[in-house]
Design a protein around this ligand. Structure first.
Ligand SMILES: [Zn+2]
Length: 151
């Protein structure tokens, strides 16, 4: 299964796998700002990543929003600045799943974080959410991952 594009009420949904068969070109016909919901993406490979970056070059500096990014997407955005925009940070992460771990009881959970919880200043519950298992504080698995929300 490769990437599928559907659209509902002004939001474009990508689902499946971003790989060598993924065609981002239909997205170039969309009007800015483009809201991309990525909740259905299961996997990204390196060839698919190159297609995505090529799309970013073609899309240019027009505003773009990423919604409900799964961990496979937030991992990529955290390490590849071009996915936030080529010349400027024209792409904004509105919400993304971020992995947390409780060092007290080893419980792991991916939590949906909203941009509004990070800016202007990160909320304590984004930095150290309560562990649902032992009620202690959970920490980010990758401390750099919240940088995807930086303006
Ligand atoms: Zn715990």
């Amino acid at each position: 299964m490769t990437m599928k594009i559907t659209r509902t009420a002004g939001v474009v949904f990508l689902s499946g796998v971003i790989d060598e068969n993924s065609d981002f070109s239909p997205l170039l016909l969309e009007e800015a700002p483009l809201s991309l919901n990525l909740a259905g993406i299961q996997r990204v490979n390196s060839v698919g990543l190159r297609s995505w970056m090529r799309f970013m070059v073609q899309w240019g500096d027009k505003p773009l929003k990423y919604l409900e990014c799964p961990v496979v997407i937030s991992d990529q955005i955290a390490v590849i600045p071009a996915l936030r925009g080529i010349k400027s940070k024209s792409a904004t992460v509105i919400s993304a799943l971020i992995p947390y771990e409780c060092y007290g009881c080893q419980h792991q959970e991916d939590l949906m974080v909203q941009e509004s919880q990070f800016t202007p200043a990160p909320e304590p519950k984004v930095l150290n959410p309560q562990c649902p298992s032992c009620k202690g504080e959970m920490d980010l698995v990758n401390p750099g991952q919240l940088s995807i929300f930086e303006p």
